[in-house]
Ligand binder design. Sequence first.
Ligand SMILES: Cc1ncc(COP(=O)(O)O)c(C=O)c1O
Length: 400
Amino acid sequence: MSSWPSRKLAGLPTIALARSTFFLKRNIAHINHGGVGATPRKINDARHRYQILLEKMGGRFVEDELFPRLRNATIALAKFIGQDGDGLVFMPSATEAIGTVISNIPVISGRQIIISEFSYPSVKEIVSAKASVSGAHVFEIKHDFCQGSVLLERSDVLINKYRQALEKATAFVVIDHMCSRTGAVAPLATLVRLCHERGVPVLVDGAAAPGAIPIDLKTVVPEFYVGTAYKWLFAPKGSAFLWTAPEWRDRIRPLILNKAPDIGFQESFARMGSCDRAQFLVIPDAIDVWKRLGGETLYNWNRQMVAAASEMLSCWWGSRSWSNDTPLGPMNLIELPEYYNGVDRASLQKKLYYDCGVDTRILSLKGKNWVRISAQIYNTPSDYRKLARCMCVRGQLSRS
Ligand SMILES: Cc1ncc(COP(=O)(O)O)c(C=O)c1O
């Protein structure tokens, strides 16, 4: 039986300090951190200061301040994921980063592109568009699980599915590092090795991973890794990135080409349009706040919170939680009580927020409605109890 982890024993800040770090509304249980994350007040202020500096200095800010500071931020973020700065470029969203990679990968007609049944919807769209223009087809890895008190997906079974799929000629594979639907963490090292044994390039969709689970791209080196700093790393919205392995850097170009064609991999992304880039400049500060709020201790603490909350919710509701046998991340999926099956997911989610004061994610998967919960430094067990109680008020929330 999992128990709630102690903030004090883990050496984490008090709940008062943790809450005052963010803008989050006090009367809401915020258990949807995997959505858009939460930006600390301090980071938001720092971003605003750069925006003001740009207004004060105009073009000189771009030449004298922006590029050197972007370089510092690049190095700080690359270090965070275990790489040097030369392969990392900033992007406004994970979707755009993934679209950029996929539009640049050559695909021979007749080959397959492997994704997961639970890949992010926009990623599925991009892959399917690529397949249709190049005459390839999409192969989806299906996720199933044995029945029990938890819905357990065994990693050896999952790995075997990839092994079998890779027997056919494959153009590239997209792997979710942490799945946005289930919260499951992929056995990444093994999957990347399997692909490389067959000479197949790997694009890791790590949009949900940085700051949520450890990333070490020194040990596991895919061809492409896409991540965000705005979800779990406390940077402002619009801060995503793409890391590219050296052998691919001269083949990856932005979706919109800029006026100087031969400026190289990093410059071609850094000089894309005259848009606001202040969100990238504060990434080193955001990493600093992440460290001061617990840093790597948060991996474990969030995971324990989610495990305890999952057990409590499934026990209250007589339902089951999703799990796999790789370590859990800071999100998990729990079946809603049966009487919520068939209820419109979007309106349920809205009612939970406005009528019950719970911000969480409701998903429809495999013919059932589920709730995806998360844990972050500002959560307490009372947030999950609030959700448990609301959903137990049978009828009230299931009325459409
Ligand atoms: C696994 C995964 N991929 C892609 C995305 C899309 O990210 P963005 O909104 O930055 O494009 C998300 C967002 O939640 C995600 O969790």
